[in-house]
Design a protein around this ligand. Structure first.
Ligand code: CP
Ligand code: NVA
Length: 298
């Protein structure tokens, strides 16, 4: 399988390839003339199959495809025959005859891998239970914009070892930055860190110590709503608040992929503070995804 024909995981790409995507995303954001065709998706259609809700991913992909000259086709699970049991291997082969790429948001990561196996067109991960690579790519761009060297930074993750944490681990493996995660017992990331510069502890203060950026996410991800009460108890000491940020580097930045549960995993005060880059972070989804679409679907 040539994983580079798809965008399922940051781990499938080299440091140069990730830095190249980020550079292109910054160019696209600034609208630099002469840096590539303005409408590379002219005459092309990209499907979006979503099995979970979305504000940022859906809209930024639809708008980005439109801005690149292509046609986005949104397909909720119930709109297509997958909902009635049509196999992925059949759906993927049929859609490959109409479309030039498919963005998929789903539960099991194997769904994305199965689509990639049977498609002759690129499959882009719009979030699975395992990974959220488009979001972490946008996070890296956001940090670059404020002058952070993403290959040399110290990043901290506080909270659930979820899809976002896993993609942060992949990013740290590829780019080589220091990543310290604090996750409660029983909620550790599924992705095994190989590099010595990636550490996992229980204490949020230890993880954020000296960090240039602190990231967090909801305690119960989509599909885990039934576990919300149990998780709220397990994560009670994992809130990103101003007291915790006292332990980070002076002027450390704060990221949250959104949607946030304000005053649960992050305080209102921190979200609205000058440290918070969350609105740029949300915008940058558009620019990094355009770079990915241009690389794979043009
Ligand atoms: N951050 C993110 O992926 O948001 P949505 O769930 O709104 O797409
Ligand atoms: N971890 C969250 C991310 C949402 C963008 C979820 O999977 O629901």
């Amino acid at each position: 399988m040539d994983w580079k024909k798809h965008f399922l995981s940051l781990s499938h790409f080299s440091e140069d390839e990730i830095l190249g995507l980020l550079k292109r995303a910054r160019e696209l954001k600034r609208g630099i003339p002469g840096t590539g065709p303005a409408r590379p998706l002219e005459g092309r259609s990209v499907g979006l199959i979503f099995e979970k809700p979305s504000t940022r991913t859906r809209i930024s992909f639809e708008v980005g495809i439109h801005q690149l000259g292509g046609q986005p086709i949104f397909l909720s699970r119930d709109d297509i025959q997958i909902a009635r049991g049509e196999p992925i291997r059949d759906t993927a082969r049929v859609l490959s005859r109409y479309l030039h790429g498919i963005v998929i948001r789903t539960f099991g990561h194997v769904v994305l891998e199965e689509f990639a196996k049977w498609s002759s067109i690129p499959i882009i991960n719009g979030l699975s239970d395992l990974l959220h690579p488009c979001q972490v790519l946008g996070d890296l761009m956001t940090l670059q914009e404020v002058g952070v060297d993403v290959a040399a930074m110290h990043a901290a993750w506080v909270g659930d070892g979820n899809n976002m944490a896993n993609s942060w681990i992949n990013a740290a493996e590829v780019l080589g930055f220091r990543l310290s995660l604090a996750c409660p017992e029983g909620y550790l990331p599924a992705v095994q860190a190989k590099s010595k510069s990636i550490t996992i502890c229980r204490d949020p203060r230890e993880a954020v110590k000296g960090a240039n950026v602190v990231s967090t996410d909801v305690w119960a991800s989509m599909g885990q709503e039934d576990e919300a009460a149990e998780r709220a108890a397990a994560f009670a000491d994992y809130q990103v608040n101003s007291a915790l940020l006292e332990h980070a580097a002076k002027d450390a930045y704060v990221l949250h992929c959104l949607p946030a549960h304000r005053n649960e995993e992050i305080t209102d005060e921190v979200m609205e503070s000058e440290r918070s880059l969350i609105w740029e972070e949300a915008e940058n989804r558009l620019h990094v995804q355009k770079a990915v679409l241009e690389m794979l679907c043009a």
